[in-house]
Design a protein around this ligand. Sequence first.
Ligand SMILES: Cc1cc2nc3c(=O)[nH]c(=O)nc-3n(C[C@H](O)[C@H](O)[C@H](O)COP(=O)(O)O)c2cc1C
Length: 180
Amino acid sequence: MVLEGKKIVLAVSGSIAAYKSALLIRLLVKQGVEVKVVMTKAATNFITPLSLSTLSKNAVVLDWEENNVWNNHVSLGLWGDLMLVAPASANTIAKMAHGICDNQLIATYLSARCPILICPAMDEDMYKHPSTQNNIKKLLAYGNHLMDVGNGELASGLVGPGRMAEPEEIVQTLQKMLCT
Ligand SMILES: Cc1cc2nc3c(=O)[nH]c(=O)nc-3n(C[C@H](O)[C@H](O)[C@H](O)COP(=O)(O)O)c2cc1C
């Protein structure tokens, strides 16, 4: 099952797991996928747009005020065969669930016509909080797809559920979603 020729929008939000997006892009590009990245402002504290732009060989879409140039705020959502939100922070999940469109990532999400795969990443208690769980249920009810979080060591030092799925697992899920 090859992903060659597929177009994937990778949406990166503000989690320590953002370092995994670099590896994810490498794996996808190696398979011949065209990757375009959109990042939240918080995500840029964890990994640089320059790194993700270099790996994806495409310009990274940032928030309006960062760009200072006009760009079509819905074009990325219409471009992709799939939108992958990885890592999806608790905050971004909440905004997606409620349609709070105050950044380019959410504008892309709301305008996307393609399938959406969400890969949450957060501390155990944030993940288990009823608010996060209800938001995830809402997103599933809207037809979005979800990658289960992994169990293990978390950035907080706690051990439990909340780790973002590993890039290799995400690629396998993408293959199932896009190549069958
Ligand atoms: C060191 C550090 C690590 C963080 N890791 C996470 C995380 O893994 N998951 C999460 O939901 N929020 C995490 N946060 C909090 C988010 O960065 C914060 O809620 C931010 O507003 C998210 O914005 P965004 O959803 O627009 O990217 C972390 C914050 C810090 C300072």
